[in-house]
Design a protein around this ligand. Structure first.
Ligand SMILES: CC(C)(COP(=O)(O)OP(=O)(O)OC[C@H]1O[C@@H](n2cnc3c(N)ncnc32)[C@H](O)[C@@H]1OP(=O)(O)O)[C@@H](O)C(=O)NCCC(=O)NCCS
Length: 265
């Protein structure tokens, strides 16, 4: 199953709001806190660009305004095009100045997550991970534990989004197995086990101080980067595939280098 992926940073988001639908503009006006306001705009910008690219639509403001990303009662995002449910599934995540959106055919169970690598307490490990995950964490060198934990946590969140429950479900109901380190595609393989033998297959990547994970059922191929014609204010294209930046922007090498990190599986 083909899975498409787009990453954007906040500086890519236009100042004007002409790319939002009237309903989205009204929702934005109701967001009182600047952090949520910016994060929501970044998420919607990323999702609409991803959907437009996936459906081969124009990236003009009027075209993007016809795409509306609405929350289902669960909170999961659903895409409408000219008020009709679009034949696709998306998942999105926004953190700090960055957002990702993954797109797959309709009816795919899909979840993605972007997680900042930061220290966590022992209580966090004890409360949110099962014994076998805790043992895996303990096998990692101390310096690698924050990104390892970010990776496990992110994979759990991706699976909980694919189940459309989010954190309403105990994070210990989904158990992460890291299957391989990143390959030539830039993505490592993972799976997340859920009750009654259900398994989500997925991919992970660490770059730029953040972990990205995506899971789906049926099993997806490695994420395919989506093309966008949107540009940042200083010129470069707005598709932040870290590998592509590595190839084409030497100056970005230090920032966007992908970690080939020797995890202990
Ligand atoms: C889904 C959830 C785990 C994501 O949390 P997060 O890591 O802070 O945020 P992320 O940026 O990674 O993901 C946010 C996106 O997840 C999506 N999302 C929200 N609820 C979702 C659900 N039940 N299933 C799938 N996707 C969901 C939304 O698109 C959301 O972005 P948006 O609000 O801008 O549309 C969390 O919001 C959650 O558990 N929500 C459901 C339960 C709930 O509402 N609890 C109240 C707070 S505990």
């Amino acid at each position: 199953m083909d899975l498409y992926w787009l990453e954007q940073i906040e500086t890519c988001v236009p100042q004007a709001n002409g790319w939002l639908s009237p309903g989205e503009a009204a929702h934005l006006a109701g967001l009182r806190y600047a952090v949520r306001h910016n994060s929501w705009r970044l998420g919607r910008w990323t999702a609409k660009l991803a959907v437009a690219s996936y459906l081969h639509l124009s990236h003009s403001f009027p075209a993007l305004a016809k795409i509306e990303v609405r929350p289902a009662p669960s909170g999961a995002p659903e895409v409408f095009f000219e008020n009709q449910l679009a034949p696709l599934t998306i998942s999105l995540s926004h953190r700090e100045d960055r957002a990702i959106c993954v797109v797959a055919p309709a009816a795919v169970e899909l979840g993605c997550d972007l997680e900042l690598i930061e220290p966590h307490s022992d209580a966090f490990i004890a409360d949110y991970f099962v014994t076998e995950e805790q043992a895996l964490v303990a096998r990692q060198p101390v310096a690698d534990r924050p990104r390892f934990l970010a990776l496990l946590w992110s994979a759990k969140e991706s699976a909980l989004k694919a189940l459309r429950t989010g954190l309403r479900l105990d994070t210990r109901c989904v158990i992460v197995d890291l299957l391989s380190p990143p390959a030539a595609s830039g993505w490592g393989e993972l799976q997340v086990r859920y009750a009654e033998g259900k398994i989500f297959h997925g991919w992970w990547q660490v770059a730029d101080g953040m972990v990205r994970t995506v899971v789906a059922a049926p099993p997806p191929g490695p994420p395919i980067p989506l093309e966008t014609t949107a540009r940042t204010p200083d010129g470069p294209p707005c598709n932040h595939d870290p590998r592509r930046f590595l190839e084409t922007h030497d100056l970005c090498r230090a920032t966007y280098g992908i970690a080939q990190w020797p995890i202990r599986l």
